[in-house]
Design a protein around this ligand. Structure first.
Ligand SMILES: Cc1ncc(COP(=O)(O)O)c(C=O)c1O
Length: 414
C-alpha cells in the first residue's frame, strides 16, 4: 500500500471522519443528509435547484439579497473590464488602486481610523490574531468562538502566547479566566459579534467593562453582523461607540455584502503593524479587484435611503418566522438576527426534519455535531430580505406540520 493510501485509511478511522461515515452509512440518501450538495440553478429570487428539486433557499448568508442585485453584478463586470480577472500579487508589494479606495470607504462607513482587507474572515483571523499578541500577552476566548478564531489562537499558542477559554457569553467566567491568566501584559478577548449557529449576541457592554478593568482588548468577529446589524449595517458593535473605539472589529464582505472578503477595522497606528506582522496578509493574495468595485457599490446602497427598505423586508421576514415558530412550540435560538435556529436535538431527528422541509420545497441547514455540541442539532434558517412573505409563510406552514408530526410520534411511542 502506498503511504498516501495508508494515510487515507488512518484518517478515516479518526473521530469526526468516523462520525460522518456512520451518518453516511445510515442515511445513504443525499436528501436526508443534505450535506455537500451542488446547486444546479439559481433564481428567480431565492429559488434554487438542488438534487433536481426546485426549493426556496433558506440557507444563504446573503441576508440583504444583494447577490441578486443587478447593480452589484454590473460593478463586478465593470471591475473585470477595468482590472482584469485578478491582480496576482501579495499586497506587501502592490495593490490595485480600488483596494485602497475600498479600504478607505470601509473605514469611513465603519467609523474607524483605518481598515485592512483580507480575502476571507478565516484568513483575517488567521493573520491578525497571531499578529496582535506576544509571549507576554494572553488570549481569552469564548468557548463557542468561531472555529477560524480557535485555529488562529492555536497558531498564537504555538508562538508562545498563553491561551484560555471562558463559558459562552458568561461575564463572570470571563473575569475568572482573566484572573487565572495573570500575570500578562495585554489580554485579547476573542468573541463573535453574532454566534453563527444559534444567532445569539454577546453582552458587549459588560465584556467591555471587564476588559477595561483587566488590560483587555475585545477582538470581535462580527462576520454575521456586518450589513445587517447597527446603523447602516455597520455591525453589532456599531450600537456601542465605546466598544467600537476600544476594540478590533472583523467584518465579512461575503455574507450581508454578498461580495467577497473581510475587513479589520483598527486605529491607524495598528494598520502598519498588522501589515508587518500578519502572515496571511503578507504571504497570501488579495481579493480580486472586481469584487472591490462591487464592495464600493454595496457601500453606496448601505449608505443610501434604500438600506432602511431592505432592512424593513428582512425584519418583517425574520419576525414573522420567529413569531410563528414560537407559537408552534419550537424552541427558537437567537431570533434577533437573520440567523434563526430551531432546536431539534438528536442527530437523526435533525436530519429527518431537514429532509421533511426539503421535500416540502424549503432548503434549510440541518446542523449537527461537530458544528454544534453532540445531540444539540438545530435547523438553521437564514432569512433574507428578498424572501417573499409567501415563501416565509410557506416555510412556517411546513414547520407547523413538522412539529405536529413529532408530537404525534412522541405520543405514539410513549
Ligand atoms: C463568526 C464567523 N467567522 C468566520 C467565518 C468564516 O468566514 P469566511 O468564509 O469569510 O472565512 C464565519 C462563517 O460563517 C463565521 O460565522
Amino acid at each position: 500500500m502506498m503511504p498516501i493510501q495508508s494515510l487515507s485509511q488512518s484518517l478515516s478511522r479518526q473521530g469526526v471522519a468516523r462520525f460522518f461515515q456512520t451518518l453516511r452509512d445510515k442515511y445513504p440518501d443525499p436528501e436526508t443528509r443534505l450535506k455537500d450538495l451542488s446547486v444546479e440553478e439559481v433564481g428567480p429570487g431565492r429559488e434554487v435547484v438542488i438534487l433536481g428539486r426546485r426549493v426556496v433557499n433558506f440557507g444563504s448568508d446573503s441576508f440583504l439579497g444583494l447577490d441578486r442585485d443587478d447593480r452589484v453584478s454590473e460593478s463586478l463586470i465593470a471591475g473585470i473590464r477595468r482590472w482584469g480577472s485578478h491582480y496576482g500579487s501579495s499586497r506587501a508589494f502592490t495593490s490595485a488602486g480600488v483596494c485602497v479606495r475600498a479600504e478607505e470607504r470601509i473605514a469611513r462607513w465603519l467609523g474607524t481610523e483605518a481598515a485592512l482587507l483580507f480575502p476571507s474572515v478565516t484568513l483575517a483571523n488567521g493573520g491578525v490574531i497571531p499578529a496582535l499578541v506576544t509571549k507576554k500577552d494572553v488570549i481569552v476566548a469564548d468557548e463557542y468562538a468561531h472555529n477560524s478564531m480557535s485555529e488562529a489562537i492555536r497558531i498564537a499558542s504555538s508562538n508562545g502566547t498563553r491561551t484560555f477559554t471562558f463559558k459562552h457569553n458568561d461575564p463572570i467566567d470571563l473575569e475568572r479566566a482573566l484572573r487565572e491568566a495573570r500575570p500578562y501584559s495585554h489580554a485579547l478577548i476573542a468573541i463573535d459579534g453574532v454566534y453563527s449557529m444559534a444567532g445569539d449576541l454577546p453582552p458587549l457592554e459588560e465584556f467591555q467593562e471587564i476588559a477595561d478593568r483587566n488590560d483587555g482588548i475585545l477582538y470581535i468577529d462580527d462576520a454575521h453582523g456586518t450589513g445587517v446589524m447597527g446603523a447602516n449595517g455597520r455591525g453589532t458593535v456599531a450600537a456601542f461607540p465605546d466598544v467600537m473605539r476600544k476594540s478590533l472589529v472583523i467584518g465579512s464582505l461575503s455574507k450581508g455584502f454578498s461580495c467577497f472578503g473581510a475587513f479589520v477595522g483598527c486605529p491607524l497606528a495598528m494598520l502598519d503593524l498588522l501589515k508587518m506582522r500578519s502572515n496571511t496578509w503578507i504571504f497570501g493574495g488579495p481579493i480580486p479587484p472586481c469584487y472591490m468595485e462591487a464592495i464600493c457599490t454595496v457601500l453606496d446602497i448601505l449608505e443610501s435611503d434604500e438600506y432602511d427598505k431592505l432592512m424593513a423586508n428582512l425584519d418583517r421576514n425574520r419576525v414573522l418566522l420567529v413569531e410563528r415558530a414560537t407559537e408552534q412550540g419550537w424552541h427558537v435560538l437567537g431570533g434577533e438576527t437573520p440567523i434563526v435556529s430551531l432546536f431539534v436535538g438528536d442527530e437523526d431527528d435533525t436530519l429527518k426534519a431537514g429532509q421533511y422541509l426539503f421535500q416540502r420545497g424549503f432548503f434549510t441547514q440541518s446542523v449537527t455535531f461537530p458544528a454544534v455540541p453532540f445531540r444539540c442539532g438545530v435547523l438553521r434558517i437564514q432569512v433574507n430580505a428578498n424572501h417573499t412573505e409567501a415563501e416565509v409563510l410557506g416555510l412556517t406552514e411546513a414547520l407547523g406540520e413538522l412539529i405536529a408530526m413529532s408530537a404525534t410520534e412522541a405520543t405514539a411511542a410513549a
